[in-house]
Ligand binder design. Structure first.
Ligand SMILES: [Zn+2]
Length: 96
């Protein structure tokens, strides 16, 4: 399994940078991460509505917390803090 060896939050540019155990780098914009949140509330909004409004590009990550060995819990400056991002999902997002 590919796991991060280094995670750097570039707050000024709004980019979460991940270096993976296979040597790849991901640069994930905070607004993209917010937009792709897969928590129950966001999934429901996606299924029943017009989707998640495109986040303001000035939106920032407020907190990055590990969830056991398998992912991150991300909290955003709009107050949303329920998203769990497993490693495999973060890898998927870096291909967008
Ligand atoms: Zn969410």
């Amino acid at each position: 399994m590919v796991v991060p060896v280094e995670i750097t939050d570039h707050r000024l540019s709004g980019v979460l940078e991940i270096t993976w155990s296979d040597g790849q780098h991901s640069r994930l914009h905070h607004a993209l991460l917010r937009e792709q949140c897969r928590c129950a509330a966001c999934e429901q909004q996606r299924r029943h509505g017009s989707g998640i409004p495109r986040p303001d590009p000035t939106l920032r990550l407020e907190r990055v917390e590990p969830v056991g060995e398998h992912g991150l819990n991300l909290a955003f400056s709009d107050g949303h803090d329920r998203g769990i991002y497993p490693w495999a999902y973060l890898r998927e997002l870096s291909a967008l």
